[in-house]
Design a protein around this ligand. Structure first.
Ligand code: NAI
Ligand code: MG
Length: 350
């Protein structure tokens, strides 16, 4: 097949991990006879420096024409002045809105070798296989904001339609898994959460074969650490999802391992590792590329419909996690390049 893939390297370790993802996708194209055209565009701090805009018009145009998007990460100390009016993260939010990608999907499957690096005891992480679906284009991150010298406000707003579509996504996914959805809210305090819970209950009636459980966000934060293996699909609103998914990533042993997909819009999906731009290790080939490589596998599966190719990439990553020298975050001493090379080699050996 032919596909046009927009690559957004971004800032910090973004370019290092993005190029690892591209290397793997190139190899997939070669091995399976696909034609992938890659074009790089600016986003985040890099785009602010070059164009004065975290999502410049030429990037927007390319995003709208793409079949899929592979993103590194954005942000860094250079652009972190809290009073600055232009910030790298605005590029991410604008991109999500532009593409209408309302569902952020983050699978968390533990590998025994790396789960051993998790702060949790092995008996707690055993059997963890869950997927978070975080609502991505609504809620408090997109609400009206005000600021004066003496106070500030952030509005949190959700429509029934916004809640319903992401919940349906969660229920559909649960049908292909263990048929359990946990909907996370704060319905004891927040009106948006009460609406969320009502919609979840109504949508669940259309999926009698899937079990729905409601969970308050504060207790969810605790259960994620005490009984993570009990969860299958966890669906929640934007800010709760942002926080809980970072917490969950700790179970995997490193932030550098986990992929994500932002999908649901009419056009391209966006695939990126869940970590940020890691300025502390940027430019030193210390970054773990596996989260980005697994994001590239999600891109193959979800945006291009290439499930077999995705499985080959995931199997190669599993093999590397089993046997290879890994990056420093996973207790190894390998460079970003060496780990990428190991994945490519494992892949060729298949
Ligand atoms: P971070 O995820 O960049 O780094 C947290 C810690 O994890 C650091 O010690 C880092 O070295 C390590 N780490 C992260 N990814 C790694 C990898 N692939 N391999 C090895 N170690 C890795 O989060 P932090 O430090 O809070 O944020 C740094 C910048 O990234 C900030 O400007 C933040 O706004 C931005 N950010 C961007 C995101 C995105 O582009 N989607 C998401 C989260 C943060
Ligand atoms: Mg976050």
């Amino acid at each position: 097949m032919k596909a046009s893939i927009v690559v957004l390297p971004g800032d910090g370790i973004g370019p290092e991990v993005a190029s690892a993802g591209v290397a793997v996708l190139r190899q997939v194209a070669q091995r399976f006879g696909h034609e992938f055209a890659f074009t790089e565009h600016a986003i985040g701090g890099d785009a602010i420096d070059r164009f004065g805009d975290p999502l410049p018009p030429e990037t927007r145009e390319a995003l709208l024409a793409a079949d899929a998007v592979l993103l590194g990460a954005v942000g860094g100390p250079k652009w972190s002045d809290p009073n600055a009016s232009i910030r790298p993260e605005q590029g991410l939010l604008a991109m999500r809105k532009l593409l209408g990608v309302f569902a952020n999907v983050r699978p968390l499957k533990l590998h025994p070798r790396t789960a051993a690096l998790s702060p949790l005891k092995a008996e707690r992480t055993k059997g963890v296989d869950l997927v978070f679906i975080r609502e991505l284009t609504g809620g408090i991150y997109f609400g009206a904001k005000t600021r004066s010298d003496t106070d500030a406000t952030d509005e949190c707003r959700y429509s029934v339609e916004e809640i319903e579509r992401v919940l349906r996504h969660a229920f559909d996914l649960a049908r292909s898994r263990r048929r359990k959805v946990t909907s996370v809210d704060k319905a004891n305090v927040l009106e948006t959460s009460r609406l969320w819970r009502a919609v979840a209950t109504r949508v669940a009636a259309d999926y009698p074969d899937v079990e729905l459980e409601h969970q308050l966000v504060d207790s969810m934060a605790m259960h994620l650490l005490t009984r993570p293996a009990d969860y299958d699909v966890i669906v929640t609103e934007n800010m709760f999802g942002d926080i809980l998914t970072d917490e969950a990533s700790v179970l995997a042993g490193s932030l550098g391992l986990s992929p994500s997909a932002s999908i649901g819009g009419p056009g391209a999906g966006v695939y990126e590792p869940i970590h940020g731009s890691a300025p502390d290790i940027a430019g030193q080939s210390l970054a773990n590329p596996l989260g980005t490589i697994l994001s590239a596998a999600m891109l193959l599966r979800h945006s291009l419909g290439l499930a077999q190719e995705a499985a080959v990439v995931e199997a190669a990553v599993d093999q590397v996690l089993e046997h290879a020298n890994l990056t420093r975050d996973l207790g190894g001493s390998a460079t970003t390049h060496a780990v990428t090379r190991a994945v490519l080699d494992a892949f060729t050996a298949k």
